[in-house]
Structure formats: C-alpha cells, structure tokens
Design a protein around this ligand. Structure first.
Ligand code: DQA
Length: 154
C-alpha cells in the first residue's frame, strides 16, 4: 500500500464555516477535506486528514506521519505560534513537511507573526483561503516526486 499524505489540522479548525468567516471563509473543514481528497486522487495520492484541539494528540499524529506517511501538510493553527514541542516533533521526522494557513498571519496581529513551525518545515503556504490546502498538496506531490527512493535493506 502506498503511504498516505497526512493532512493535519490544529485547534479550532473544526469550527471552519462559522468561525470568523470574514477571515477564514465559508468552507467547512469537511468541505476542505473533500476538496483535498479529490485533488490528491487526481495526483494519485491517498490522504489521511485529521483535526484535533489537543497539542499532544497533534504531536502524536506528526510522529505517526513521520513513520507511516509520504509527506505532511500541517495547519498548526494557534499552536504554530506557541508550541516548541510541535517544532521539536517536526524536526524529528524526515518526510517532506509543509506548513499551511488559510489566512496570511504576517498581515494580522503581531502575535501571529512568529511561527515555531516555519523553521522546521520545507516551506509555508498561507493567505489563499481553502486553496492553501490544494497548493499544499501540489507542493507535497512535487517534494514526494523529488525525494530519494527509500533505501532497500537486504
Ligand atoms: C490559521 C492562522 C492562525 O494564526 C490561527 O491561530 C488559526 C488559523 C489559518 O489557517 O489562517 O487558528 O492557522
């Protein structure tokens, strides 16, 4: 079985659709998951799409992605601005990892300008609304394609 592309979502993203729609848009997380599954399928990728409000659960999922996944797309939400532990978890995995945001944190409040995630991932896509996820899948696909083949063990 091909390894899935993990798409992990942090706190409060379960509220998309009703949460500050002027910032985050009107698509629900289920809408985004369906769009991701469709786009990934077109590229021949399976996805494992999850959301949690709990930091430890998110860190467990990052570790799982590192063991079982082909690449990771992470919208860390608020934990991106607060979590050294999330940074450490990302540093510990070797699959390609991409940070995404619906909004453009750099254009918002000062406390959103720092990300503990950015320095531990291959790149960041932000500000494109739900399309950030699709662009993230494109980036992941490119990184998977250019990643060295896994070493065979005799
Ligand atoms: C977010 C941006 C973060 O600053 C915020 O805490 C979120 C959502 C985004 O997708 O735009 O919860 O990650």
């Amino acid at each position: 079985m091909a390894r899935p592309l993990f798409i992990l979502n942090g706190p409060n993203l379960n509220l998309l659709g009703t949460r500050e729609p002027e910032i985050y848009g009107s698509a629900t997380l289920a809408d985004i998951e369906a769009a991701c599954a469709e786009h990934a399928k077109m590229l021949g990728l399976a996805i494992d799409f999850r959301q949690t409000n709990h930091e430890g659960v998110l860190i467990d999922a990052v570790q799982e992605a590192g063991r079982e996944g082909s690449a990771l797309i992470l919208n860390p939400a608020g934990f991106g601005h607060t979590s050294v532990a999330l940074h450490d978890a990302l540093k510990a995995i070797t699959i390609p990892a991409i940070e995404i945001h619906l909004s453009q944190p750099a254009a918002r409040e000062a406390f959103r300008h720092h990300s503990f995630v950015s320095s531990a991932v291959s790149g960041t896509i932000s500000g494109f609304g739900a399309r950030s996820y699709i662009l993230g899948i494109e980036a992941a696909h490119a990184l998977i394609a250019s990643a060295p083949a896994p070493q065979r063990t005799a």
